[in-house]
Design a protein around this ligand. Sequence first.
Ligand code: SF4
Length: 387
Amino acid sequence: MNIYPYDAPIMNTKADSNTTSANSISHRMNIEYAKANIPVDLPHSERLVVEENIKQLLKNNNAVLVAHYYVDPFIQDLALATGGCVGDSLEMARFGQAHSAQTLVVAGVRFMGESAKILSMEKTVLMPDLEAECSLDLGCPIDEFSAFCDAHPERTVVVYANTSAAVKARADWVVTSSVGIDIIRHLHAKGEKIIWGPDRHLGKYIARETGADMLLWQGSCLVHNEFKATELLQLKEQHPNAKVLVHPESPDSVVALADVVGSTSKLLTSTYEMDADTFIVATDLGILHEMQKRSPTKRFLAAPTAGESASCKSCAFCPWMAMNGLKGIEQCLTDYSGEVLMSAELAADAIKPLQRMLDFAESQKLRVEASGDIVKDRALFANVGAA
Ligand code: SF4
């Protein structure tokens, strides 16, 4: 079991004036360490056996494997080889909803399994490890967030996809990183003031882009919060022709150095649509597997985090994504452990703000169906990318 320290989220509870961010810090929540039980790499011969077993189990159980870009490359390849999909959180949920399989195996973190369940209550949703968390989800517990919302009843509550089903159920809107800007702009044009949670960097970025009045919950992503602007600038100087790709969950000093800011899907698309042959990537390095597959002759450099010293907390790898292993997938398909359970009442509440986003995307003529075909889906989700 590995222990990962990270910046404790700061909870805002005092009602404040019409500022664009909350300055009132009441206390830090008591979540400063996260546990991650990361499976050991399997020897080559054993891996092949386990992969074959998983293929058979998927067939026997009428199941499909749905994986996030940040999980082990072997799992990503297995998902594609068995007719599943690799995508970001929304793509995963939509793919699972549209697929005819009765059982969805979600290789990702818990909120992704929950989103899949919300959209597919009639299906069985399994996860290799139910304790795979997300610092944004962990840092936004429902009771505290609900109290924060209650203190600002005049504001529309907009939450990022990286939240629990309970937090989604408390919100008026759920958004993903790309469609978030369009939705906030739409709400701002109607004169609505916003509560945004949980990622403070993404919230700040969207507030700056839209001019909206946004009160920000002060959560952050363990991975993206680590990227460092000074070191990134030095790397840029060493590679002056490289394009810098940054996920907006990163600090704004890092976002300011980007050539492209966007969701995981948008960053991936940029690598094969842009002319550049070198890219500096500031997001979880799990995505490099797909980037390199799509552009084998191009060069991808990891954006600097806190460095090689002991102060590096994540080194651009999400420890919870790393909890997904082949053995865990085999296990959950064998004994149906790791099932995501949810009450019908909670799902009915949580789907409303999620559906509102999907309807908005539809009204903007943004297509949101996923097929599992990486190239096709990149185009489909160009404007609706999630974390
Ligand atoms: S990379 Fe960050 S946002 Fe994504 S699951 Fe990990 S902690 Fe959460």
